[in-house]
Design a protein around this ligand. Structure first.
Ligand code: 13P
Ligand code: SF4
Length: 308
């Protein structure tokens, strides 16, 4: 089995060289996918990496909206997602018609959308944001009211640093995986590891956010844990895939997931077999219709201009 795996990884490496291809992987990917990627990161970093690369082919191991963002920012590169079924359920909670209705009700509001949203919605937004910069982006809008979607928990996080009125659209958008992380788990984990720092993602429910020492994007969480003086024990409140990167980068520290059921099944759909097939066949390609692409690009580029 080990030999088979090694041979498979060698075939993947050879295909990458032959095709001038790179693998970009989100922090929640399976360990074996993270280990063969040129870059592993959060949504913001992956968008930036996709723009910076000179590769002709990007194999994107993440969910649909991330691969679409890479495609929108790189109309001249081929972006391929190993399993087309990797569809983020949160992004499916807001559709263009609902957003248009909210805009009609609040004509003076600016629209900030979490990057975890459909391209058709991004095309209607003033600006996109990620979990790494939601507070900064909301504050940069020149309106006193902001329509924000689809994650109500990220809206709660953004509201903490602004006097603007944030209206969540839809009212109850959420990530099913982060909703697995509940207060009873957090209190139990804290009791078992009283010295551990609590670090959570802003997709967690408000109560969990309020009990955390730090709230950050997935790569932000890694950065905090790697800092000297941050401590050597951490309770991690996000999808469990992040644990692989945390343990790899700081093997001397201890990381405990607050909830082991916080798994994003869509993120786990990519496998080495599917990556090899995607490299070989250059399919399935991520295609965004032209009329949506140009408008959505404006909202994403606005974010990249504002956020450093
Ligand atoms: P990050 O941008 O923090 O990696 O978050 C993406 C995501 O989908 C979290 O569920
Ligand atoms: Fe979407 Fe949640 Fe999965 Fe992130 S963890 S990709 S928000 S379902």
């Amino acid at each position: 089995m080990e030999n088979e795996r090694r041979e498979q990884v060698e075939r993947i490496e050879r295909l990458k060289r032959e095709k001038n291809a790179i693998i970009l992987a989100h922090n929640y990917q399976r360990a074996e996918i993270q280990d063969i990627a040129e870059f592993v990161g959060d949504s913001l970093e992956l968008a930036r990496k996709a723009m910076d690369t000179t590769a002709d082919l990007i194999i994107f191991c993440g969910v649909d909206f991330m691969a679409e963002t890479a495609a929108i920012l790189n109309p001249d590169k081929k972006v391929v997602i190993p399993d087309k079924g990797a569809i983020c359920p949160m992004a499916q909670q807001l559709f263009a018609d609902d957003l248009l209705a909210a805009k009609r009700k609040n004509p003076d509001a600016k629209v900030v959308l979490y990057v975890n949203t459909l391209a058709e919605c991004k095309a209607l937004a003033d600006c996109v944001c990620t979990s790494a910069n939601a507070q900064e982006i909301v504050n940069a809008m020149d309106s006193s009211t902001v329509l924000f979607g689809p994650d109500r928990n990220l809206a709660y996080h953004a509201q903490k640093t602004t006097s603007k009125i944030i209206i969540p659209v839809p009212e109850h958008g959420l990530c099913p995986s982060h909703h697995q992380i509940v207060m009873t788990d957090l209190l139990k984990a804290k009791k078992a590891h009283p010295r551990a720092k609590i670090i959570v993602h802003p997709e967690c429910i408000p109560e969990v956010q309020d009990h955390a020492d730090y709230i950050a994007s997935t790569s932000g969480m890694v950065k905090i844990c790697n800092e000297k003086g941050a401590g050597d024990e951490f309770l991690i409140g996000t999808e469990i895939g992040l644990l692989h990167r945390l343990k790899k980068e700081a093997p001397e520290k201890k990381f405990y997931p607050i909830s082991t059921t916080a798994v994003c099944p869509q993120m786990k759909m990519h496998t080495l077999e599917k990556v090899e097939a995607a490299l070989k066949n250059e399919k399935p390609e991520v295609v965004v219709p032209d009329e949506i692409m140009d408008k959505a690009r404006k909202a994403i580029e606005r974010m990249l201009e504002i956020s450093h």
